[in-house]
Ligand binder design. Sequence first.
Ligand code: SF4
Length: 432
Amino acid sequence: MNTYDNTPTSQALAIEARSVTQRANQANIQTLDAEAAKAATKAGPQPGFTAPMKVASETQKERPHEQPNQGKAATPHESQAQAGRTPEAARSRPHAYFDENYNLVIRASAMTNCRRALWYTATGQEVTNPRDDQSYTIMEAGTALEPVVLRAMSRSGWKIISPKDQPLVSIKISGHITVNGHPDAMGLHPQDANDPEAPLSIIEVKTRGPEPFKRWQTLGSEVSHPDAAAQAAFYTLAAYQEPRDAVIASMNTGSREWDYEVIPSHRIEQAFYVSQTRLQALEDHLLEFGPDPTALPDYDHRPSSIECKRCPYFDICQKPNLPSIPAEQPAMNLEPVSQEQAVAALHDYEELQESIRQWEKEKKDATETLKRYLVERDLKRAKLQGKDKPRSISLVETHRFSTDYKQLNSLLDPETRKEIVSESSSEYLRVG
Ligand code: SF4
């Protein structure tokens, strides 16, 4: 078993972990607890940091240089997890539970979840806000598309070790917390696909709507979806016991295009320590209170956050904190819009749209005529008499610059990237 104790590398990693934590705080990545950060950076990489791989995979039989780490037998929960990777199985597995020795076991896919929510789950709190059917459908559609992404990668030349060959992998994050899960896949980039000595990478597959997909392509996972980077980091260290480059592959559920991002090994290591530090706070809580369902960890999110809005424990956790909303508040003396008025406004909108379309076409035709007038005379500029005054028309050359975000993201760490690529958002009405 590998450990990171007291070696020069380990000390260097502890220093690195400290700077990662500081940067994570600055960047406000998720909700890194300051006390937890202090404790974990003081401790450095955890002495119990071992990665027992509980099932030897076909991958390792095929690739003897990828040494498996044989571990103890799987617990009943783990056997259940190994038994199926279907949406039904995923639904029935708890995000967190206490094993027979009151050690906390967390699913890798939930390791960046709210720590208070994990506590509710592990201590058996009844769900107050169950998911609705639609969110199950969205989740299952995402799961169903994962093999599609992997097959697309295969067709593009990637060597893919499929999910059915993936073992349950596990890391003891701290004294009493273990994280386990199944990697989505392992594989090799097309340029290494035929090299028997090339080290495999973990491939974490995600599906995203058009907007989050664009955001991910532009900013990279560590900024746009740090949970994906954390999972890739966990699977990499659990499966190989060393930091390696990891791949996030994602499909746009609107256009069905897919893309990938490689997170370099040093940043995989950083992502792992950020998660480890965060979970260390839960370990401290467990040591102080034991598995007490009434002693809850602090809130990780605000009631208005997307995490709380989707949380299965919202009513018991945050609802009591919400300010009571005054019953009837007239909005700026405006009369409420009736359905008839909304339908009439929609009809107006449709007619105006049609007119705009027609005007746009006529404007385009007129522009083409003017452009031809200049081109036929080999002119860049000319003056013509308009209806009210003389006007100049000219051919203007424009240049566009494009950025290879994949290249940019692999070269820059997430914080530098945030300084360079700024994000803004606005709201608009779309009529479908
Ligand atoms: S409601 Fe919010 S703070 Fe409470 S457990 Fe859920 S995600 Fe955490």
